[in-house]
Design a protein around this ligand. Structure first.
Ligand SMILES: NC(=O)c1ccc[n+]([C@@H]2O[C@H](COP(=O)([O-])OP(=O)(O)OC[C@H]3O[C@@H](n4cnc5c(N)ncnc54)[C@H](OP(=O)(O)O)[C@@H]3O)[C@@H](O)[C@H]2O)c1
Length: 176
């Protein structure tokens, strides 16, 4: 299965602040839910802990932690990104709706996964925003922009956004 990174990224690269999201983007969360539904999703332990103590419904939640004793109720815990991809591939084969492995953050996981992902689905938040967690550089020599859609801020959105899809030039970079 292809590996796709999902992230919302401010103009200055910020994706998070103090363990949470520094914006309110209800429209983007709705799209995120619809596009990741039925797929395995892989996240770092800190992103898992930013959720309200339960898995995102309708998706196989896989949490990466170096602590082998870590437990996340309703999710699978693995101790490396490689193990996360292996588990997602094995279980994804038995999930009728699974089309791709979704990497859903946060910064530490994105930094490792961008080298092996096939695709990026990035919501560009059209503002520079204060924060402490960044998305890695998207190198245009590696990533080709294949679609972009400008979206004004809806009633429950703090910012206008641009929803984009990038494909890796020259095929998969996966080596794990
Ligand atoms: N804007 C967005 O789209 C978006 C999406 C997701 C998250 N976020 C934000 O990003 C922030 C969290 O990101 P973060 O960088 O602080 O943390 P993170 O990437 O969510 O989680 C980091 C943790 O993952 C585990 N980990 C990372 N690499 C590992 C590896 N190779 N093997 C085993 N375990 C590994 C470690 O857990 P242990 O410490 O347990 O070993 C590490 O402390 C929050 O503010 C969150 O709201 C934003």
């Amino acid at each position: 299965m292809d590996v796709t990174i999902y992230a919302a990224v401010a103009g200055n690269g910020v994706i998070g602040r103090e363990g949470g999201l520094p914006w309110r983007l209800s429209s983007d969360l709705k799209r995120f839910k619809a596009t990741t539904m039925g797929n395995p999703i892989v996240m770092g332990r800190k992103t898992w802990e930013s959720f309200p103590k339960k898995p995102l419904p309708g998706r196989l939640n896989i949490v990466v932690s170096r602590d082998a004793a870590y437990r996340a109720e309703g999710a699978e815990v693995v101790t490396s990104l490689k193990d996360a991809l292996t588990l997602a591939t094995a279980k994804g084969r038995c999930m009728a709706a699974a089309e791709e492995i979704c990497i859903v953050g946060g910064g530490e996981i994105y930094r490792q996964a961008i080298g092996i992902a096939d695709r990026l689905k990035l919501t560009h938040v059209l503002a520079d925003i204060d924060g402490d967690t960044l998305f890695p550089n998207v190198d245009p020599e590696i990533w080709a922009l294949v679609s972009a859609e400008d979206l004004p801020a809806g009633e429950k959105d703090s910012h206008a956004t641009r929803y984009t899809v990038y494909e890796r030039r020259g095929g998969s970079g996966r080596q794990v």
